[in-house]
Design a protein around this ligand. Sequence first.
Ligand code: TXA
Ligand code: MG
Length: 496
Amino acid sequence: MKSSPELTADLDRAAARLKEGGVVAFPTETVYGLGAIATNVDAVNAVFRLKGRPSDNPLIVHIPDSSWLKLVAKDIPDVAFSLFSAFSPGPLTLVLKKQASVPEIVTAGLDTVAVRIPDHEVARKLIERTGKPLVAPSANISGKPSPTTAAHVAHDFSGQDLVIVDGGAAKVGVESTVLDLTVEPPVILRPGIITADDIAAKTGISVRSDAVSSDLEVSLTPKSPGQKYRHYAPSASVILVPEGRSIDQVVSTLAVDDLKSIGVFSDEETLARVETTGLSAFTYGEKPAATKAAKALYAAFRYFDDLPVHYILVPLFPERGAAIAYNDRVRRAAEKARRVLFVCTGNTCRSPMAEALFNHLAPKGWRGASAGIYAQAGQMATAHAIEVMRRRDIEIAGHRARPVTWDLLRQQTLIVPLTKDHAAALLAFDPSLEEKILPLSTLAPDGLDIGDPYGQTIERYEQTAEAIEAAVSALLLRIEQGAFDNRRDEATSADG
Ligand code: TXA
Ligand code: MG
């Protein structure tokens, strides 16, 4: 477990690893996948564990061509073959009746299986050399955006023994379209760059796309298990910028102290017209274009996650073609949430653990984040903090420290200092924060402050993690009981 991810271009080595029952990250045209042989229950288990993925969210099985379909699916309708011949290899996943040989763990107990043929030489060759269908969820740890480069994967799994096949940057950048063929008419469960219009135009098959993103429908019929989970959202608030709205206008409504704390995802032409100076920018291309924005979106989110930005301005595009999937991901990232900020000193041990424990169990609509009163921006969590979280199957190697700022505090529904001293320091900084501050010790069963384990033994870290766990559980219980339901959601949005 101590070695680090190994980047390789050697397919034989990666295939050998898979055959031994190992896990290998590999490129596809959409995003990188975390692969394992679909019929090897232990290997599939390892994929769930590595990602920290809930076991009731099924995986997509990847095959190199449609002659393999019968290995994983049964009662395959003709439309499946028409769709694959029109769009595969490509970013289209079909949900079909499952073959008995596909283990339950892959499909999370469902009697259906999701299958796709990735449009990436490396992916298809790897499957062929392994000789078996591969499961491959996106190769990010749960809670991070899907990875579009090998470096993103290495970042999320730093310190883990994982082979990563580097196949360059993913050309699509958003996950495949998931189309359920077990219902009539077929329905798009997750939008991707292949749209209902594309399907109708190329095959004459008409599919519904309206079931997507309807929370009510998802909770009543868990047809698309992935849609019920808290989707990735950056720790900063995402502000949607509709077409025709200027970035300057949106910035002025935010009224922040420090313009560097505003991230802007845009194209060069649009940015050149922005008069506000000092913003943190990430450009995806020369001119506005939804396909290019989709390709760069997750890299931009990762870039901004490592900067001390509190807002990220993201453009919306007219709802057609690739913009449908792009807008979907962007809207999900912008979903309003009640925010909880855990605050300690350096933001490298206690508060990152509290954040991770909170997010691991947080109900939909709530998000945890963390910061330190004396944090040095960009520092990683301490090795012991990472280790004690791994014991709980929670990965915090990707955490980067950030300092407490006025703009950050203002965005929060609740501010949870780890000790009474941290609470006092925040109150000295701004007495009006009083109504939002809830020290973790007031939630701890023993009422004691959670002391700093920094520089101490792993046992001490373990005790600290247990104390935080107990207090965070108490906080979650109060949230579930509705204790904070009357609190205002502080996030803002430019399109109301
Ligand atoms: O582009 C992609 O599809 C990438 C690359 C690596 O192939 N993979 C990917 O996998 O996005 P993942 O695990 O991150 O997302 C799979 C989605 C989830 O929303 C899951 O709920 C849904 O597919 N899914 C899997 N099996 C299903 C089934 N039998 N019925 C309905 N939805 C299913
Ligand atoms: Mg995913």
